[in-house]
Write a protein that binds this ligand. Structure first.
Ligand code: GDP
Ligand code: MG
Length: 211
């Protein structure tokens, strides 16, 4: 019988589960990125009721993992996403719209909020410039996004939920980084550096930039 897409192989070990939260201003395309990634679908009008929660098993070839993707219910409009939303998060997708400078500046504010709840390096953060299909209306250059991401040690990519440009790549890059960190934390620390064994080492966020 055929396997459902994304389902684990029979007999395979249970995949690691990681909580990923979506952050950014209203209308930047957070829900659309999740919908595209999880259901390979795109709609110009999305329902805003309720707090959406998606799960997806990701096969990265050498390993697989499960994402619990938390989407907001529109409360980002008031910049009032609660602490419960952040709690236990392993990764965050910090989204802005490349046609809106304001949304880029807001993303920087969201990062500060995130840093209030987490210590540096505790959460894998990827900055995503969405809506690359609207290049003619661009207000934020690729270089501006990349520079900000590098200055804050964030992963960075541009994508389009509409045309499905680099959506899978965004989530896969986060997946790889999460697995890399999980592996590093399981490894015994070199003598004289007990910090690494406790997962309290320096941030060490990987760099990843793609247009
Ligand atoms: P959210 O408020 O951040 O969750 O944003 P939504 O996912 O609801 O998207 C807001 C609007 O932007 C909707 O009309 C979407 O159809 C549109 N949208 C989302 N992603 C893209 C994209 O990549 N390109 C274009 N052109 N429109 C998009
Ligand atoms: Mg939404």
């Amino acid at each position: 019988m055929a396997q459902a897409a994304g389902a684990p192989r029979p007999g395979a070990a249970q995949p690691h589960v990681f909580k990923l939260v979506l952050l950014g201003s209203g209308s930047v395309g957070k829900s659309s990125l999740a919908l595209r990634y999880v259901k390979d679908d795109f709609r110009s009008i999305l329902p805003t009721v309720g707090c959406a929660f998606f799960t997806k098993v990701v096969d990265l070839g050498a390993a697989s993992l499960k994402f619990e993707i938390w989407d907001t219910a529109g409360q980002e409009k008031y910049h009032s996403v609660c602490h419960l939303y952040f709690r236990g998060a392993n990764a965050a997708l910090l989204v802005y719209d490349i046609t809106s400078k304001e949304s880029f500046l807001k993303a920087q504010q969201w990062l500060r909020d995130l840093e209030r709840d987490f210590s540096p390096g505790e959460v894998v953060v990827m900055l995503v410039g969405n809506k690359t299909d609207l290049g003619a209306e661009r207000e934020v250059t690729f270089e501006e996004g990349k520079e900000f991401a590098e200055s804050q040690h964030l992963l960075f990519m541009e994508a389009s939920a509409k045309t499905n440009h680099q959506v899978t790549e965004v989530f896969s890059a986060i997946g790889w980084e999460l697995l890399r960190r999980a592996e590093r934390e399981q490894r015994p620390a070199p003598r004289g550096d007990a910090r690494l064994a406790l997962g309290q080492g320096p941030a060490g966020r990987a760099k990843c930039c793609a247009r």
